[in-house]
Design a protein around this ligand. Structure first.
Ligand code: SF4
Ligand code: F3S
Length: 107
């Protein structure tokens, strides 16, 4: 089991989540963060910290976001680690809740 960053992080990237992770298992891409599934200890601290509710326990991930399990696992192997909060992306508020953002994911 792991926690998973889902679609609503795309183009928002608030990064509040990284501040609370005790094992520093977030990895950063241009417009999205992922969780390394082998490093996450399932503590659940990050889930309530995300202002746009983008983080889910793997078993609570909505059916239409199941592909994000594989996306997190894949990109955590290539993107750099992030351990400190930074500014959200400039248009984060406008992108909150926009449908089909997965097409905007920059790898
Ligand atoms: Fe880090 Fe805990 Fe969130 Fe896993 S559940 S990513 S260990 S804060
Ligand atoms: Fe993304 Fe939410 Fe973290 S928008 S960067 S999962 S705080």
């Amino acid at each position: 089991m792991t926690f998973v960053v889902g679609e609503n992080c795309i183009n928002c990237k608030h990064t509040d989540c990284v501040e609370v992770c005790p094992v520093d298992c977030f990895y950063e891409g241009p417009n999205f963060l992922v969780i390394h599934p082998d490093e996450c200890i399932d503590c659940a601290l990050c889930e309530p910290e995300c202002p746009v509710n983008a983080i889910f326990s793997e078993d609570e991930l909505p059916d239409d976001q199941k592909e994000f399990v594989a996306i997190n696992a894949e990109l955590a192997e290539t993107w750099p680690n992030i351990t400190e909060m930074k500014d959200a992306l400039p248009d984060a508020e406008q992108w909150d809740g926009v449908a089909n953002k997965r097409e905007k994911l920059v790898r």
